[in-house]
Design a binder for this molecule. Structure first.
Ligand code: AMP
Ligand code: GLY
Length: 430
C-alpha cells in the first residue's frame, strides 16, 4: 500500500523531516503557519494553516488522504493535534497532549521523574505562589534554575549564578507573573541531547548532539531556541564517554517504561555533571536544530519506522552513517530580543555547495526569500570529523553573506569543542 504522510510544522526541523521522507516511497503533504520553501519544494502539497487548530489539521489530512502524520513542533502537540488525528483514524507519530506534558508542563515532568524514580532528577520544588517561590530562593543554599512550568520556546529559564543574581531571579518572578514555576538546583557541566524514536514500548536512540542556546559567540547573551549544534562520528561527543551516553539512554528507557504507551520522539536534554548524567528537560519531539544533525545521517528508512509504529510492530534497528555533523543557524540581526526582519536570503540549495540547506522561518516572496523575526535558515556540514563538517557549513554561510543576519561562527570550531573537553576535565579535577 502506498502511504500518504502529512507533516505538521514549517521550521528547520520539519524541513529535515521532509528531506528524510523524500528518500522514501511516501507521498508527502505538509501544513504549517508559514510557507517553508524547502518543504514546499519536496511536498506534493503545502497548506498554510493554524497548526494549533486540531480541526484545521485533521480537515487537511482528510483532504489529502493521509494514512500517517508526523507532528514536528510542541505547540500542535500541546493543542491536541495528535489526539485529533488519532481520533480521525490517522496515526500520528507524536504523543497525545496528555503524554506531551513530559515537555509542556515542567512541573508535571519533574514530579513524574520523582514518582517513577527516573534517574538523573535534580533537586526541585514547584510553586503556584510567587511569594513562596521568592522565599524559597532566599532560603536555598546554592544556585537555582527558575523555570516557568509552561512552554516558552526555550526562552523562559533563568539560572542564578550564571545569567542573573538571586535578587534578579525574584524580580523576574514578580514581573513575569507566571502561574506556576519550578525551582531546581543549578546543574553545572556540559549539556547534550539524545533523541529517540519511541512506539509500542520500543525505543531506538540516535547519536548525541550538542546544541548552543546562547545567542552570541562564547556562550554569551540571552537564551534562544538554539543557534546551532554538532554531533560526532560515533554515538558520544568529545567531552563525554560512551558510558555517559549509555547512562543518558538508560534515563530515556526508564522514562518510556514509566510513560506507558508513548509514541513519537522522546528528546532528552542532559547535563553531564561530576555526579553523572542529569536531566535538564524532556521534549516530546525532535530538537530544532538537533533534528538537522540526526536525520541527514540516518540510513534507516524513516517511513519504515512510521509504518511499523502504526502497525504495532517492533521498530527497526537504526543505522547511521559514521559521520560528524555541524549545523549553524542564520538568524535575523538582533535575534532574539530585537530581531529585524526583511533581509534577503542569498543562498539556495544549489549555491550551498556540499552543505545541506534547511529553511526555517522565512518569507517566500515573489522576488526571493526574506528573513522574518525568527531563525531563518540553517546549513549543515556532514563529514568524517567535526572540524571538516564545520568548514563545509562555513563555506555555505560565506555564500549567504552576513547582511541582516547573525551567525554563531564558533559552533563546531576546534577551539570551542576543546573548551567543552577542558571544562569537563576541570570539573572532574583532572
Ligand atoms: P529548558 O527550557 O528547560 O531547555 O532550559 C533552557 C536552558 O536553561 C537549558 O538548555 C539549560 O542551559 C538551562 N537550564 C535549565 N535547567 C537548568 C538547571 N537545572 N541547571 C542549569 N541550567 C539549566
Ligand atoms: N534545541 C532545543 C529544542 O529543540 O528545544
Amino acid at each position: 500500500m502506498s502511504e500518504t504522510v502529512l507533516l505538521v510544522g514549517g521550521g528547520g526541523r520539519e524541513h529535515a523531516i521532509a528531506r528524510a521522507l523524500s528518500d522514501s516511497s511516501a507521498d508527502l503533504y505538509a501544513c504549517a503557519g508559514n510557507r517553508n520553501p524547502g518543504i514546499a519544494a519536496i511536498a506534493e502539497g503545502f497548506e498554510t494553516l493554524d497548526t494549533e487548530n486540531p480541526t484545521a489539521v485533521v480537515s487537511y489530512a482528510e483532504d489529502v488522504g493521509a494514512t500517517l502524520a508526523v507532528v514536528g513542533p510542541e505547540g500542535p502537540l500541546a493543542a491536541g493535534v495528535a489526539d485529533a488525528l488519532d481520533d480521525a483514524g490517522i496515526y500520528a507519530f507524536g504523543p497525545e497532549a496528555d503524554e506531551a506534558r513530559i515537555e509542556t508542563d515542567k512541573a508535571f515532568q519533574r514530579r513524574f521523574m520523582r514518582q517513577h524514580d527516573v534517574p538523573g532528577c535534580p533537586d526541585f520544588e514547584t510553586f503556584d505562589d510567587m511569594e513562596a517561590a521568592c522565599e524559597y530562593i532566599d532560603d536555598y543554599d546554592g544556585d537555582l534554575a527558575v523555570k516557568p512550568a509552561g512552554l516558552t520556546g526555550g526562552k523562559g529559564v533563568r539560572v542564578t549564578g550564571d545569567q542573573i543574581t538571586k535578587e534578579e531571579a525574584k524580580e523576574y518572578l514578580q514581573d513575569a507573573d507566571y502561574e506556576r514555576v519550578v525551582l531546581e538546583e543549578r546543574l553545572v557541566g556540559e549539556e547534550f541531547t539524545v533523541q529517540a524514536f519511541v512506539a509500542n514500548g520500543d525505543l531506538r536512540v540516535t547519536p548525541a548532539v550538542q546544541d548552543h542556546k546562547r545567542a552570541y559567540e562564547g556562550d554569551e547573551g540571552p537564551n534562544t531556541g538554539g543557534m546551532g549544534s554538532y554531533s560526532d562520528a560515533g554515538l558520544a561527543l568529545p567531552f563525554m564517554t560512551d558510558e555517559d551516553y549509555h547512562d543518558a539512554v538508560s534515563v530515556l528507557e526508564a522514562t518510556v517504561e514509566a510513560l506507558d504507551g508513548y509514541k513519537g520522539v522522546l528528546y532528552g536534554q542532559f547535563m553531564l555533571t561530576t555526579e553523572g548524567v542529569k536531566v535538564v528537560e524532556f521534549n516530546a519531539r525532535f530538537g530544532d536544530p538537533e533534528a538537522m544533525n540526526t536525520l541527514p545521517v540516518l540510513n534507516t528508512d524513516f517511513l519504515d519506522v512510521l509504518t511499523r509504529a502504526r502497525e504495532g510492530d517492533s521498530l527497526p534497528e537504526l543505522s547511521f552513517s559514521p559521520k560528524a555533523t555541524v549545523c549553524k543557524y542564520a538568524v535575523p540581526e538582533g535575534y532574539p530580543e530585537n530581531p529585524k526582519a526583511g533581509a534577503k536570503v542569498e543562498v539556495d540549495e544549489e549555491s550551498a555547495g556540499d552543505a545541506i540547506l534547511f529553511y526555517a522561518s522565512v518569507d517566500d516572496r515573489e522576488d526571493g526569500i526574506y528573513t522574518t523575526t525568527s531563525r531563518a535558515f540553517a546549513v549543515v556540514g556532514v563529514a568524517d570529523s567535526i572540524s571538516e563538517a564545520e568548514t563545509i557549513a562555513e563555506d555555505a554561510l560565506a555564500v549567504a553573506g552576513e547582511d541582516g543576519l547573525d551567525v554563531r561562527h564558533d559552533i563546531g570550531k576546534s577551539d570551542l569543542v576543546q573548551r567543552r573537553i577542558d571544562h569537563m576535565a576541570e570539573l572532574r579535577g583532572e
